[in-house]
Ligand binder design. Structure first.
Ligand SMILES: CC(C)(COP(=O)(O)OP(=O)(O)OC[C@H]1O[C@@H](n2cnc3c(N)ncnc32)[C@H](O)[C@@H]1OP(=O)(O)O)[C@@H](O)C(=O)NCCC(=O)NCCS
Length: 161
């Protein structure tokens, strides 16, 4: 059991953006790369808050764009720590669009990102443990653990270069 474990709520982040015309694609809805950038920033803040160190994105997993977001709509980005390894951390991010005139909201994007904490020399360094508390946090922890195990098993089946 790791020392100094933290709860997901100690590092979670909520950010809001508005889709401006320069964030859009040819269909006048949000450009996917912009959403990915918001996701990466929110998730990186969670990882840095959890470990108290500089972090880098190592992997982006399972990003699903479920619905478009219109220009002028508000965007809620919610990110929280789902799982930690020795030096790596998995952050789950949920993106919700909000029609500012009606208040109607809709889940639009989901993603899981892996960050690695770095020491002063840029080497991976151990991170604090994670203690999920709520039912949702425990479910996210268990799901992330399964994804990590699948990824390890899949890597084992890949051809070595
Ligand atoms: C991420 C990085 C530091 C890992 O370095 P490394 O020498 O491979 O380190 P290790 O093999 O010791 O792995 C460190 C941890 O990262 C995890 N990891 C490394 N690559 C990973 C990947 N592609 N997916 C998931 N986890 C990964 C390892 O499983 C290990 O986790 P653990 O300590 O919790 O068991 C290095 O690959 C890197 O600097 N990448 C570039 C990062 C970057 O520039 N990102 C974009 C801008 S922020």
């Amino acid at each position: 059991m790791k020392k100094n474990a933290k709860t997901p709520s100690e590092s979670s982040v909520e950010m809001r953006e508005m889709v401006m015309p320069n964030n859009t694609n040819a269909l006048n809805t949000v450009f996917g790369g912009t959403v990915m950038s918001w996701i990466d920033i929110a998730a990186a803040m969670v990882a840095a808050r959890h470990c108290g160190k500089p972090v880098v994105t190592a992997h982006i997993d399972d990003i699903d764009f479920l619905a478009p977001i219109k220009v002028g709509y508000h965007v809620l980005i919610q990110a929280s720590m789902n799982y930690v390894g020795r030096t790596s951390m998995i952050v789950g991010v949920k993106v919700t669009s909000e029609n500012p005139y009606t208040g109607e909201s809709r889940g639009t994007t989901r993603a899981y990102l892996t960050f690695v904490a770095l020491d002063d020399l840029g080497r991976p360094v151990e991170v604090p443990g994670l203690t999920p508390e709520s039912e949702d946090e425990i479910r996210r922890y268990e799901n992330a653990k399964i994804r990590v195990e699948h990824k390890k098993a899949f890597k084992g089946t890949q051809k070595k270069k």
